[in-house]
Ligand binder design. Sequence first.
Ligand code: NAI
Length: 332
Amino acid sequence: AKDPVRVLVTGAAGQIGYALVPMIARGAMLGPDQPVILHMLDIEPAAEALKGVKMELIDAAFPLLRDVVATTDAVEACKGVNIAVMVGGFPRKEGMERKDVMSKNVSIYKAQASALEKHAAPDCKVLVVANPANTNALIFKEFAPSIPEKNITCLTRLDHNRALGQISEKLNVHVSEVKNVIIWGNHSSTQYPDVNHATVKATNGGEKPVRELVANDNWLNTEFITTVQQRGAAIIKARKLSSALSAASAACDHIRDWVLGTPKGTWVSMGVYSDGSYGIQPGLIYSFPVTCEKGQWSIVQGLKIDEFSRAKMDATAKELVEEKSLAYSCLN
Ligand code: NAI
């Protein structure tokens, strides 16, 4: 039998946490034959709720779940973890300035980076979900210098999956037949959902470009993009709560593909450390198309970028540069 993998979920008593931990315990993140030990961290005001989640995990009698650590102590939570999914954060509340929210999250991510760096397993993989996800991941990277930058990522897979979903609805094909959309940039409303390289499985087994199948370029260049960019807000409007099950599912997809590899010929979107690919300022955490193999991601190279895309990719990069300087100003 395989040794269990230790998976940390921070903010585990929250909405996403509640959807995510059972998915992990059922094998949706690491596969149906991989036992797991869940480490759940939250803060003191949520300690009682966290206990309740632990009770439910016990009651669900998951065959793959070997143990549960539920704690408000970051050091205990981080001990020996192989995978860290950072969902905990400070939400923006009415009347709060962007800088105030940033400042709260910068201090949370700074502290948790130090705890993980000291106590996690040496090759720990980190996924930041909490917003502002890209910039939280950047701060995390700054304060965990011994964790390789390749191991620190942020979640844009939900946006990627939303883009697949929109194309699937438009063309009336199953979502599994659509692939290779790209989310470029920030997990925010400036993200650029790009379909220029996306394809749909054809009946003869080949692939057809989405641009060919959706004859309406105008829809692809306007409504499609804004629908994906604004989808989070649309969910809040409908549910009075932000996306949780889809975010949890996307977090499982992100880690699963990173650890177990992307299917041949398919890429996914991940927020990763920029090496300057596609002219994006090195050092930003920016969402790129990536393929994964043997637990390593690499940015898909050589895609043709037209002028329309270039402008949108640069605009979202510019926002990330601004967020970065705001985050740094909070440190001082
Ligand atoms: P929530 O408010 O229901 O849960 C957040 C949890 O984090 C709470 O239980 C809270 O007590 C905990 N927490 C706060 N500070 C903490 C700390 N220092 N250490 C550990 N835990 C802490 O929020 P929800 O809906 O679960 O969302 C979580 C985050 O994910 C938010 O920042 C949200 O904006 C973000 N998000 C990101 C998405 C993405 O695609 N990247 C999609 C959807 C949400």
